[in-house]
Design a protein around this ligand. Structure first.
Ligand code: ADP
Length: 251
């Protein structure tokens, strides 16, 4: 039996009285690699925030690892990279190593001290993102791409079971982007990490993800790329050309 990592049932969600998500139902099971795609304002970030328990749904239920998201406590199982990159003040007095270490603190009780195992985990995450040489640099001194890699290392340092990445590659150069996608693929295939990748890049997501969740305030499509590409209903919805753009890397 596949294990549900996320289960969303009849979710209605939004802000004050304006509803953004309408009757959204889907499951994500262990080892899924889901590309979450949709136009601007289609509710992708709202959905992620609801999954992360940042607000209660207006109606319906959202479970993460079998618990209601707003009651869930084991956040160390989840690595999250938000969309908006925080730009650090150049004089912000934290090093790369300290920022990555923050990712470990969510599973620690007080007093929160970094031990030898933590050091090893931090070094491993820095090595994975190829930024070991930046370890002692101040975070504010880094370029945008370097800063993004630091935040990715922070999201990975706990070896999370679920990774949620909101537009993660925008500040990365093509080489680092490729490397980053290779790392995600390995985490997904070898370590069975479940991944949700939010992206505008509808033309390349099929190259990486195994499932497509297309959202436009409600679910337009959820399933494998094979099913999406072979669906006459989706041809009618998107038109042959747009369907082809989403599919071409998959054919
Ligand atoms: P996406 O991530 O797909 O671009 P969002 O979930 O960010 O979409 O936004 C969906 C809708 O919700 C938009 O119309 C947006 O203006 C609105 N919205 C987003 N955040 C807030 C907020 N904090 N308060 C009120 N409305 C919001």
């Amino acid at each position: 039996m596949p294990v549900d990592i996320i289960s969303v049932e009849k979710l209605h969600s939004g802000y004050n009285s304006s509803k953004v998500l309408n009757d959204v139902t889907f499951n994500i099971t262990k080892g899924d690699y889901v590309g979450l795609v949709g136009p601007n304002g289609s509710g992708k970030t709202t959905l992620i925030k609801t999954i992360l328990g940042l607000f209660e749904p207006m109606e319906g239920n959202v479970s993460i690892f079998g618990e209601r998201s707003w009651e869930f406590k084991d956040w160390h199982k989840v690595g999250y990279l938000p969309q908006k990159l925080v730009s650090f003040n150049p004089h912000f007095p934290a090093t790369v190593k300290e920022i990555v270490a923050l990712g470990l603190l969510s599973k620690k009780a007080f007093p929160r001290k970094i031990d030898r195992n933590d050091e090893m985990a931090i070094n491993k995450a820095l090595d994975l993102m190829d930024i070991s040489d930046l370890k002692d640099k101040l975070i504010g001194e880094l370029s945008g791409g370097q800063g993004q890699r630091v935040l990715l290392a922070k999201a990975l340092v706990n070896e999370p079971d679920l990774l949620i990445l909101d537009e993660p590659v925008t500040a990365l150069d093509p080489e680092t982007r490729e490397r980053f996608f290779n790392i995600l693929e390995e985490l997904n295939q070898v370590n069975k990490v479940t991944i949700i990748l939010v992206t505008h890049d509808i033309g390349t997501i099929g190259k990486y993800a195994s499932k497509l969740l297309y959202l436009d305030k409600k679910i337009i499509f959820y399933g494998s790329f094979e099913d999406f590409c072979g669906s006459d209903h989706m041809t009618r919805y998107f038109g042959k050309f747009s369907q082809h753009i989403i599919c071409h890397r998959h054919n």
